[in-house]
Ligand binder design. Sequence first.
Ligand code: M6R
Length: 359
Amino acid sequence: KKGAYPYYMLKEIDEQPGVMRTLIQEYVNEDGSVKIDQELLDALSKADRLYIVAAGTSYHAGLVGKELFEKLAHIPTEVHVASEFAYNPPLLSEKPFFIFLTQSGETADSRQVLTQVNEWGYPSLTITNVANSTLSREATYTLLLHAGPEIAVASTKAYTAQIALEAILVKAYGEAKNIKAAKDFDVAGELTKVANGMQELVDEKGDIEKIAQDMFATTRNAFYIGRGVDYALAQEAALKLKEVSYVQTEGFASGELKHGTIALIEEGTPVVAIITDPKTAAHTRSNAQEVIARGANVLFISSRDVAAEGDQIILPEVDPLLSPLVSVVPTQLLAYYVSLQRGYDVDKPRNLAKSVTVE
Ligand code: M6R
């Protein structure tokens, strides 16, 4: 039920702090250790490389997962678009382990890959929101997102739930393998900070509603730029804006923009710069200056520790690897308001279905 909400998308955006808390309750013990099936951890521990396979928003959650697995647990991780992997698989390592990320558990492109993986005889895990879904039944192991039904076609809370559960899994894996960076990672504490930060952001929706009106009312195209996890987030933010508002939007690595795409910047083109990483903040700011010099209208979304004067949205501080969990919130709200202000049905964008069951 959407209750007092005009659209499910807004309700589902607002539910995200609660989803973080539910995941902590479901998967983390009082003492901070993680409750995950030992058999799954044993199988994961034997792998020499992880292959995350997914589509759309779930693929974008996989991009953040790669950072978590590699930086905190030191296991090489590849992320693949399911429809590409299906008919053009990469060379696999000797002991691969497959992770399927899927809100619905029914995406045909991912099912095609899992069928192949099962034929090869490799172990797999499906991370999904739907118990007993096809991908859950056909994989060796399943972890549930516990995000509650996601009705809006545009995925919001499933994205944040997937990243949070990846972080929890990384913690468990790191404990099992005795890896210091993962052992030192207080996943419950960090996700609680995230939940509080998300709450601050959803409580300030009015700011985003106004930015949508001021910067995006009539634009036909837009860009998101960032580096590292901010680039991963830029890709998700762009998908969200384009699918519900039909504004042609691309997410770019900010350093790559000058290698061609900058030719598209015109007077008034909206560019959203996501800046959360101190290592690259100055670089992304200088890329933003390059587009400002060509007439772009830049919206800066930055975390408190790297914020500069004049930045319009300041994000609460969280662990840098988890920053997409908070930076995504204003981008989801922006997509919602741009769509609403243009008079579209936000929950049911044209040409799209909630789960894509054809290849
Ligand atoms: O159910 P899945 O997570 O497997 O779905 C994958 C994509 O179809 C899905 O994320 C799609 O991109 C959404 N409309 C994005 O908002």
